[in-house]
Ligand binder design. Sequence first.
Ligand SMILES: Nc1ncnc2c1ncn2[C@@H]1O[C@H](COP(=O)(O)OP(=O)(O)O)[C@@H](O)[C@H]1O
Ligand SMILES: [Mg+2]
Length: 367
Amino acid sequence: MPITYHLDSSARPPSVAPTLDASQREVIDHPGGPLLVLAGPGTGKTTTLVEAVVDRVERRGLRPDQLLVLTFSRKAAEELRDRITGRLSRTCASPMSSTFHSFCYALVRRYQPAELYADPMRLLSAPEQDVLLRELLRHSRESGQAAWPASLHSALGTRGFAREVHAVLSRAREVGLDPDDLTRIGVESDRPAWAAAGAFMREYLQVLDFESSLDYAELVHRAVLLAESADVQRELRGQFGAVFVDEYQDTDPNQVRLLQAIAGDGRDLVVVGDPDQSIYAFRGADVRGILDFPAQFRHADGRPGDVVALGTTRRFGARLLAASRRVAGAIGVRGSIDAATFQRFRNPPSPSPSAPPPTPLPRRRCR
Ligand SMILES: Nc1ncnc2c1ncn2[C@@H]1O[C@H](COP(=O)(O)OP(=O)(O)O)[C@@H](O)[C@H]1O
Ligand SMILES: [Mg+2]
């Protein structure tokens, strides 16, 4: 059964198509398959993504429910949905625009084995998770399953330690580690605290299961395992003809795996982002995710995914953008992005006022 989401499009008239510049046009005209759009703040990344979504419906004949549009915060997902709905004709249904987390939640709810989870899964908020961790840590000294080093015993009941453990467990899940992996890494690298964290993670996950609860990292982890299972993958790939991700620099390795399951193997996937703006590093986002996109998402024939750099800055002057690029340029990493495109991203050309305005998207009403 497909994951469903229904949004009545708003009653207001569709907004007017922006006049796209040449690099934005290149994104819209991209024939399909994996595409990374790389650009700085205020260069029209989201606008381009919205137009690419609209193009799939109005020119390439996909139904809105065949499109999956993902981003990170709820506010960004709502804004994206409004912008897409505003650009589609009013009688069109809207594509699914969702946060990674709510998409994962829908996936887990849809496919979780009924006999395993009689009650609906409850998603723990971060503060709830901290309270639970603190309680379990306080008991873990007595229960003795997790052999915490003696130097940490006095910290076990503190809020600060619970937060540290929270971070370690989340990072471990985000890179796809199981409790045993964490323990093994701790033993091999002679870090007894990590080995203990692995044992503690097992206890913690058992408690979550017992309570039919999930935390965010576990939610994405389960969604990945589901999406990678053959039947679910076939269904998801059958449902979604094109997938879009805004703020791609904020993906963590598990979210990349999820995208690979749904939109890998050369399928239609458009992601936009700015490696210099990765804000979720504390939450496991890995800037290499965006820099390695071309190698991780290849065309069906094995060619690396395509990359387009947008050039025109619209929110502030070209000088400010150039200055920010110079600072970021010192970082000097480009992953598997080809040198010329990365150079265009770092040193975007100034907009040329004499260039002829590109043609706006033709509008088509759908019933
Ligand atoms: N081709 C365009 N013509 C005119 N305005 C544009 C164009 N592309 C983007 N904009 C405007 O530039 C601003 C920034 O665009 P946005 O897509 O939000 O940028 P980003 O996602 O890169 O931060 C918005 O006000 C948007 O309407
Ligand atoms: Mg944006």
